[in-house]
Design a protein around this ligand. Sequence first.
Ligand SMILES: Nc1ncnc2c1ncn2[C@@H]1O[C@H](COP(=O)(O)OP(=O)(O)O)[C@@H](O)[C@H]1O
Ligand SMILES: [Mg+2]
Length: 281
Amino acid sequence: MQRREAVRREAVGTYSCEQCGHPLSPEYKFCPACGTPRKGVSYVRRVSTGNQAIDEILEGGFESGKTYLLAGEAGTGKTIFSLQYLLYGAKNNEPGIYVTIDERPEMLVRDVRNFGWDLQPLVETRKLAILPVRRYFTSKMWGREMDAIVNNIIEELDKRRREIGAKRLVIDPIAPLVTTYSNEVAWVREYIRSLIFSIEEKLGVTTVITSEVPTGENMMSRYGVEEFLASGVIILSISRVGNSIIRTMFIRKMRWTAVNPIIYRFEIERGRGIVLKEPLS
Ligand SMILES: Nc1ncnc2c1ncn2[C@@H]1O[C@H](COP(=O)(O)OP(=O)(O)O)[C@@H](O)[C@H]1O
Ligand SMILES: [Mg+2]
C-alpha cells in the first residue's frame, strides 16, 4: 500500500525523500539533500498511458522506448485506448504517430470528434501525425526482401518522427503491415521480430501495437509471436456476467513491473475513453 502511494505521488510529481522529506523530481535516483536512495519506485523512465489508474497499476506507466501489445477482439476498445495514449502525449509535449488502417484521416478525425476528442488541432500543430498504413507503407514493397521492407517502414516512420519530434508510436492494428507481404508463419514471425527490434533500436519511441484476435479464439495475439516480443501485454475483452455484458482488461505480462495478474472491469465513456472500474476477483 505504501509502495502504491509512493508511485501515485510520483505520478503526480510530488514525491519526496522517505528519509528527510526533501522534494524529489521524478528523475532523481538519490535524494540530493541526504543521499538516501529512493525506495519503492522504479528507476526506469516511465511513459504515461494517458490513464492514471492504469499508470498506477504499471508503477508509473509504460517503460520508455519499449513496445507494448494491446490485444482483443473487434470492438473491445483497442483504438480508443491507443488514441487516449496519443492524445495524452500530444497534450504533454510527447508528440505521437498513429499508423491506422483507416484510409482517410479526415474520416477518423470526424468519428473521433463524435466521441468527444478533437484530433484536428493536434494534427495542425504537429503534435500528432496520422498515417494511413496503405498509403505510406504497403503499396511499394511487394515481393521485396524482409530487410528491405523493414528498412523502408523504419525510414518512413523516422521521417515523421523527426518532423514532429515524436516520442510515441501506435500501430493500430499491426495486421496490414504483416499480411500484405506474406502469410508464411516463420516469415511473419521473423518479420515482426525484426520490425519491433528496429523500432526500439532506431526510433527510440514508446510503442503500442494492437492485434485483433479472432472472435472466440483463445489467443493472445494474431500471429502468436507479438506477446513474446512485447515488453507488456494488455488484453481487452467483452464478457458476459449473468445477464449483463461487461468490458474487462487483463494486464497479462509486464517486464520489470510487479503486476499482479488481475482482471479489471472498465467502461468506455465519451470524451474520457477507458475508465477503469473495480478489479474482478
Ligand atoms: N460515444 C461512445 N460512448 C461509449 N462507448 C462508445 C462510444 N463510441 C464507441 N463506443 C464503444 O467503443 C467500442 C469501440 O472501441 P474501439 O476502440 O473502436 O474497439 P477496437 O479498436 O478494439 O475494435 C465500441 O464497441 C463501442 O461500444
Ligand atoms: Mg480498432
